[in-house]
Structures are given as C-alpha cells and as structure tokens.
Design a protein around this ligand. Structure first.
Ligand code: NAD
Length: 359
C-alpha cells in the first residue's frame, strides 16, 4: 500500500479527453490494490499560452518537481501554429524534459494480437509478434548541440552539432542494459560508427558498460541498416538503444509497423526513475472534442508509470491485460477500426477498459 503524487497535464486537443479516462483507470487500480494516487492538474501548451501567456508556466514545473510522476496528454494545435518557434505550445515539451532532467525516452512498439491486421508488414514477417523497446537518448546530441549560420563561397550555410559526452552515453546505456536484463536479455546498439566520431565514442562507452552485464547479449547495427532490419525481421529485436536523432526516426518507424499511433505509450525518465508518461501521438486537432480519440496509448502510459516509476508490476499488468481483453472482445475506436468490429468513442473505450481491470 502506498501513496503517490501525480501531476497531470491534459494540454490541448484530445489531451483532456484521454487524460480523464486514464485518471479513472489509475483510480480503479488504487481502489483494487490499496494505493492512493493524488492528482494535481497543471497547465502546459496552448491552453497555458491562452491563460498565462507562456507555454510552460513556472508553477507547472514546480508542481511536476514536487510530484512522483507526470502524466501528459498532448500539446499543440492549429490555433497556435502562427506563433514563432520559441513561443509555440510544443516548447513546453522541451522545457519539461530539460527542467526534469528526462534523458531516457522509452518507446515500446508492441503489435497486439487482436490488431495484427493493422500491421503494414506481410503477415509472415510479423507472424512471430513484435515487441521492441526503443531507448532513445533525449537531452543530448544534435537537437541540443551548437548550431548556426554563416556566409560561405557557396552561399549561406547552416550547421548543427552532434556531440555526446561519456557520462551522457553511460547513463542511457545503463538504462538500456537494465531494461534488457529484465526482458529477453538482448540489446542492440544503433549508431553510425563507420562514419561519425561521436558514434565511435558512443560505441566505446556502450562496450565498456556491457562488461557489467555479462548476461545481456549485445550487438550493433548502423542506423541505416537498423531502419531496414526492423521492417525485415522485427521479431528478432528486443531492446534497442540509440541517440536522440536516430531514436526520433527509428521509434517513429517502429510505431508504424504496429498499426496505430493511438495505441503507443512512452516514458521519459531521469536518473532516479522519476518519469513523464505520455502517448506518442500529438493533440489530434482534427478529432478533438468529438469523442473519437483512442485513449489506450495514454492508459498504457499509466501502466508504464506504475511499472517504471512506482515499481508496481502487478498493477501495470492489470492495465495491460484489461486493454488486451477489450481489444479481443472486438471493440475499436476509429483509428483501429476494421471490418466486423464494433466502433466506440473515447468514453466508452475508457469505460470498457475500466470494467476489465481486475486484481
Ligand atoms: P497527431 O499525432 O496529433 O495526429 C496525427 C493523426 O493521427 C491525426 O489524423 C489524428 O487524428 C490521429 N491520431 C492521433 N492520436 C490519435 C488517437 N489517440 N486516437 C485516434 N486518432 C489519433 O499529429 P499531428 O497532426 O502532426 O500534430 C497535431 C498537433 O500535435 C501539432 O500541433 C503537433 O505539434 C502536436 N504534437 C504534440 C505532441 C506531444 O504533445 N507530445 C507530439 C506530436 C505532435
């Protein structure tokens, strides 16, 4: 029995609709397993711009820091698309990652049995199932490196810098090896060590950390090959660790092979396993306020929160099993709809998952 403080950030678009269903799921877990979850709702994104003039008010950061974990819906929308880059709702995400030190991004790509038809790969390729955990470094590399523009003989030029320090690589490597240890004991490092110096250092550190994990099998792929291999033979990968930019691309590719964007959760962790949990999709302004959004990605993000930050494995399994049961029963939101299935809205999907949660 335990007490946990969760900061919720519903955000924009479908964010509030999917977060409200997820809070109900956590409350039910609390009742069944005897935990107390205390929720504090805070602003970020477009709604924060409208109410405070800033995409990420200080109060939001303060509340998140005082919480045990953060549950985020999504931010952004057409209304704020005209704003300059540093004033846009999406700035809140970078701000939260930086302020909370969230350097490890975990993105599982799982093909649910009931949704096999949604997989764009040939059935024989996906036959063995897909369950890949992509571990992406989130606060370093080219997205945070030095950048600029200058005049050259060939006209204006621009550059971005890919730089990684040993400690940055070591901590993400430890996260990945620890995960692999608890899964199938197989880790694939993805880099571009045949070309990039930063990748050569990256690989040296991965090999060094590997000495502490003799029971985990380690192999390496260059990013271009990795992009091919996960669609050629996705079943043979377990945990994959990579840089910020490579992970950004590879995790989107992995998510596509599982069918729907509305199904996939994510976790962003700091060194103490404090985490921000959110679906991988955005605020879906095209379906916002219409009771059409699939809440499952957010509900599964809550399951990751229970597992990775609170260490409540049985509770996490209870949520995952409930989602599996609901999908098996033939109920679908629009994004995962197929012939012969029953179409339901966000609220009904949330209610059905709630009903299936058992101790
Ligand atoms: P999106 O993920 O919001 O939507 C892409 C498509 O997928 C849309 O057709 C949408 O209806 C559908 N979709 C997404 N989630 C769904 C769900 N749960 N159920 C059913 N269908 C779903 O991506 P986008 O349209 O490129 O971006 C919309 C806004 O979200 C933009 O402002 C973007 O910057 C922002 N965004 C935010 C985040 C975040 O908050 N983490 C991530 C990505 C994009």
């Amino acid at each position: 029995m335990a007490n946990f403080k969760i900061a919720t950030i519903p955000g924009d678009g479908i964010g509030p609709e999917i977060v409200v269903e997820t809070v109900k799921v956590l409350e039910k877990i609390g009742q069944l397993f005897g935990h107390t979850f205390e929720f504090t709702e805070v602003l970020a994104g477009g709604i924060a711009i409208d109410k405070t003039g800033e995409p990420l008010p200080n109060e939001t950061i303060e509340v998140c820091k005082k919480s045990d974990a953060v549950l985020l819906g999504a931010v952004g929308g057409w209304k704020w698309d005209v704003l300059p880059g540093d004033k846009r709702p999406e700035r809140a995400l970078l701000g939260l990652r930086g302020a909370l030190g969230l350097y490890a991004n975990l993105r599982p790509a799982v093909l649910h049995d009931a949704l096999k038809a949604a997989c764009p790969l040939r059935p024989d390729i996906a036959a063995g199932g897909i369950d890949i955990m992509i571990v992406r470094e989130l606060t370093g590399g080219m997205y945070f490196g030095d950048r600029g523009r200058k005049q050259t003989d060939l006209g204006e030029a621009a550059w971005d810098t890919e730089m990684y320090a040993v400690d940055e690589v070591r901590r993400i490597a430890i996260t990945a090896f620890e995960l692999a240890k608890k899964r199938k004991k197989k880790l694939t490092n993805v880099d571009k060590a045949n070309v990039l110096e930063s990748s050569r250092l990256w690989r040296e550190v991965i090999l060094e950390v590997a000495k502490d994990y003799p029971d985990v099998t380690l192999d390496h792929l260059y990013i271009d090959n990795a992009a091919m291999q996960i669609i050629r033979d996705p079943g043979s990968y377990d945990v994959m660790v990579t840089t910020n930019m490579f992970g950004d691309i590879l995790s989107d590719e992995a998510s596509q092979i599982t069918g729907s964007i509305g199904m996939l959760p994510s976790a962003s962790l700091n060194k103490d396993n404090f985490g921000m949990y959110e679906p991988i999709h955005g605020s879906a302004p095209d379906i916002a306020g219409q009771d059409k959004a699939n809440p499952i990605a957010t509900i599964l993000s809550a399951a990751m929160m229970l597992q990775y930050t609170f260490g409540l494995d049985a509770e996490a399994r209870a949520i995952e099993n409930a989602v599996t049961a609901v999908l098996k029963s033939g109920v679908r939101t629009g994004d995962i709809m197929s012939d012969g299935m029953k179409l339901v809205g966000t609220k009904e999907m949330g209610r059905l998952v709630l009903e299936e949660i058992k101790r």
